[in-house]
Design a protein around this ligand. Structure first.
Ligand SMILES: *Cc1c(COP(=O)(O)O)cnc(C)c1O
Length: 356
């Protein structure tokens, strides 16, 4: 397949000479090269050498992530949440004021916010009412200015995966830009595996994942991007040299070494998801529970906006999504612990009774 990343890059990025930081050259010995503070940090608790800059290449973390997903370290970029990777992609690929990207509503809100920040226009190609990609309509809407297509699978707020065959069809037909598959929720999907195994065949594919959901580490801000060596090295040239800090990488490494525990948490979430689904099915005001491959449910319910507000006023916060394409009267409910879910359900029943 013919795919030329260079031609997609912003001209200033194409020939960028990256900043060289002190740790790029030497990182052992008596380090008096980076104007750090050898006396340490003003901390009472024991902290790991926080007076020293972190590894700009995050070698250990990237290698663990690569092993976990079955790719090479050279195919892994790590950033401050997937949000950093989304922004960086737009900064290297699109030329502000000229280029465009495509999203498939209903979808994750950050794509549009980032597009606005980077002055890239957004072309929408809505999903079907059952949240599948309309590949033919998407391809028909592609113009030479469309340099990125964002596909969220499993989707947020749709909760379901797009069919793998549709993603492949898109990868085969759209070679004038990058297909970005956001897999933030992939570890919760039972029947569909990550698209990482397609990277070898499709240089126009980029996969986004995060430690924020299945790994339960939203607080450390660690996102990863999988792509060709060329894409990863381009992003590494543009990122801030020390984007991932030492505390984050220490915790992320521990998380990557405890995959069994992550999987146990995923199993517990899926069990609770069944419990919540069964309880919601008993409620008369619940009109539809969408299928889910994620750690949340998209639920169509009577008086959705009012339900959402009353619940939040009484201490249980869910998300109103009724203003999104194909999501009329829908709320999005994250699956919590058994205790949290019970409280959510009893409040939901109470409010449903008040409103009917
Ligand atoms: C939660 C979520 C993310 C995660 O973003 P981080 O910046 O890594 O926390 C990315 N994409 C989607 C669709 C999400 O729902």
């Amino acid at each position: 397949m013919t795919f030329d990343l260079r031609s997609l890059l912003r001209p200033n990025v194409r020939d960028l000479k990256p900043y060289r930081c002190a740790r790029d050259d030497y990182d052992t010995g008596i380090l008096l090269d980076a104007n750090e503070n050898s006396f340490g940090a003003p901390m009472k608790t024991e902290v790991p050498e926080l007076n020293r800059y972190p590894d700009p290449h995050q070698s250990e973390l990237r290698s663990l992530i690569a092993d976990f997903r079955g790719v090479q370290s050279e195919n892994v970029f790590v950033g401050v949440g997937s949000d950093e990777a989304i922004d960086l992609l737009m900064r290297v690929i699109g030329t502000p004021g000229t280029d465009k990207l495509m999203t498939t509503p209903p979808t994750y809100g950050m794509y549009k916010v980032c597009a606005n920040i980077n002055d890239l226009q957004v072309v929408s190609a809505p999903l079907t009412p059952t949240f599948e990609l309309r590949v033919d309509e998407m391809l028909a809407a592609v113009t030479p200015e469309v340099k990125l297509i964002f596909v969220c699978s499993p989707g947020n707020p749709t909760a379901v995966c797009c069919k793998r065959e549709n993603i492949i069809k898109l990868l085969k037909a759209y070679t004038t830009g990058l297909v970005v598959v956001d897999e933030a929720y992939i570890d919760f999907a039972k029947d569909q595996k990550s698209c990482c195994d397609l990277l070898a065949d499709y240089p126009n594919l980029v996969v986004l994942q995060t430690l924020s959901k299945s790994f339960g580490l939203a607080g450390i801000r660690l996102g990863m991007l999988f792509g060709s060596e060329e894409i990863v090295s381009t992003l590494n040239k543009v990122k801030a040299p020390y984007n991932v800090n030492k505390l984050t990488s220490k915790v992320a490494i521990e998380g990557m070494k405890n995959i069994d525990q992550m999987k146990a948490h995923v199993r517990a979430t899926l069990e609770q998801r069944d419990v919540v689904t069964a309880a919601l099915q008993q409620m008369e005001t619940v009109r539809k529970i969408h299928p889910t491959d994620a750690n949340f449910l998209l639920v169509q319910i009577d008086h959705s906006l009012e339900v959402y507000k009353r619940m939040a006023d009484r201490g249980v916060v869910i998300r109103y999504r009724g203003d999104q394409t194909h999501c009329d009267d829908c709320v999005r409910i994250t699956i919590g612990t058994a205790d949290e879910n019970e409280k959510m359900l009893s409040l939901l029943r109470e409010i449903a009774a008040e409103l009917s």
